[in-house]
Design a binder for this molecule. Structure first.
Ligand SMILES: [Zn+2]
Length: 419
């Protein structure tokens, strides 16, 4: 039986979102949390973008160290051979790629303004795929941007060409959130049957259907005889109205009516990490979790009205579809309302040692020497300069545990640096 896998694109689509962004340390922690949760792949960034190079290299190093394992780290770039060359020059160790190009008439005409045809687009993708193969890419996903507004005959022709030249997966991008569950089911099933590649569903929320479309698309792919890969982002953050929310997708796949009887996750996902990953990402983007967010919203398990409160007290299953503990909720959170010592870009050694010594339980850190403490403090100062936010415990612990990696994440090369 074919299965469903999750490819999270928070560190690509999420950070592309207007008015939002993540520091390189925050992006790294997102990868760590996704790995702990059991997510198949993180689309971890842009290998042709120069300010990402050291971050991408540092995360690949964490993978080699066994820290970011077994998650796959995949870079995203345009399906242009020159871009593939640039990617391997800037990030030589990159192993997994997603190559993207527009396939719809709207975008080919609207963006290339008569300079390119559908055949040209297909040819660019083929050349990029061959370039990635020549560099020894271990997996290549081909993304058809605006696939939902592309005529199906051309989409099939494009996907077959990708397969013929060595692509491992085909990403069906509903870039504008135009599909509905009925249309995406039919298209995804047809693509799976005719193309014979695993299909990724990349859905957006412009019509409020990103999660529903992801599920319907995955059902179509599996009914068509292939594995399905759902693209998600944490808290649904992504271009415009966002992408399919990670936690909501996992809940929908595992808990919606009759679905899990036939359509299952290909690897276990630890839903108990949901609370942690959602809250860290909310902090990192500086965007509150909506009060009514599935699973992790402040009201997901709140009951006030008489009939509901009485019902849930008698038996939670009267008004709750799943238990809060499954999401990693239920632990009390303490907020210190007295004296606070914080770390920042102007912190000194005494305050810093105090803060690290006060970290909860086994994570509390003491330093062997003053030099050692200074070395970590300096990295913490730089991290604060980059994020402009008070660092959270997970970030302080990461820096202390992996100082050499942190140093790479916090290094910005001069603009005239020659690669
Ligand atoms: Zn997108």
């Amino acid at each position: 039986m074919n299965k469903i896998y999750i490819i999270d694109v928070t560190n690509r689509d999420g950070v592309q979102t207007a008015k939002l962004g993540l520091s390189k340390l925050e992006k790294t922690l997102v990868n760590m949390y996704l790995n702990e949760m059991g997510i198949f792949q993180s689309e971890f960034g842009f290998p042709t973008t120069r300010h990402e190079s050291l971050y991408l290299q540092a995360n690949l190093e964490l993978a080699e160290m066994g820290v970011l394992q077994p998650i796959r780290l995949a870079g995203w770039l345009r399906a242009i051979a020159d871009d593939v060359e640039t990617a391997f020059r800037l990030v030589p160790n990159i192993k997994h790629l997603n190559l993207s190009i527009s396939t719809s008439h709207q975008m080919i005409e609207g963006k290339f303004k008569g300079k390119k045809t559908q055949d040209d687009v297909k040819q660019l993708m083929v050349e990029a795929t061959e370039a990635a193969k020549a560099h020894g890419a271990e997996s290549i996903g081909i993304n058809a941007e605006d696939a939902s507004r592309t005529d199906l005959d051309f989409l099939i022709e494009f996907a077959l060409a990708a397969k013929e030249h060595g692509a491992d997966r085909f990403r069906y991008c509903d870039t504008l959130g135009y599909d509905n569950p009925f249309t995406i089911y039919d298209t995804a099933k047809k693509l799976a049957e005719v193309v014979g590649l695993p299909i990724e569903l990349h859905c957006h929320g412009d019509l409020g259907m990103a999660v529903a479309n992801s599920l319907a698309g995955a059902k179509g792919v599996i009914d068509g005889g292939q594995d399905a890969y759902i693209n998600t982002t944490i808290n649904g953050i992504g271009e415009r109205c966002g992408n399919a929310d990670l936690v909501a997708v996992v809940l929908a796949v595992t808990k919606s009516k009759d679905f899990a009887e036939r359509y299952q996750l290909g690897q276990p996902i630890d839903l108990a990490k949901s609370w942690q990953i959602a809250n860290f990402t909310s902090y990192a983007f500086d965007v509150p979790i909506p009060i009514n967010q599935p699973g992790v919203g402040p009201n997901a398990f709140a009951h006030a009205s008489g009939i509901h409160a009485d019902g849930v007290l008698k038996d939670p299953e009267n008004y709750e579809l799943y238990n809060y503990e499954e999401l990693g909720r239920g632990e009390p959170e303490y907020v210190d309302t007295g004296r606070e010592i914080c770390t920042g870009q102007y912190s000194g050694i005494s305050g810093f040692r105090h803060v690290m010594g006060q970290l909860p339980g086994e994570t509390a850190l003491t330093f062997a020497s003053t030099e050692e403490a200074y070395r970590i403090l300096e990295l913490v100062r730089y991290a604060n300069v980059e994020s402009h936010k008070r660092l959270v415990e997970a970030e302080l612990i990461f820096i202390a545990k992996y100082p050499e990696i942190a140093k790479k994440l916090l290094t910005m090369r001069p603009l005239d640096y020659q690669d």
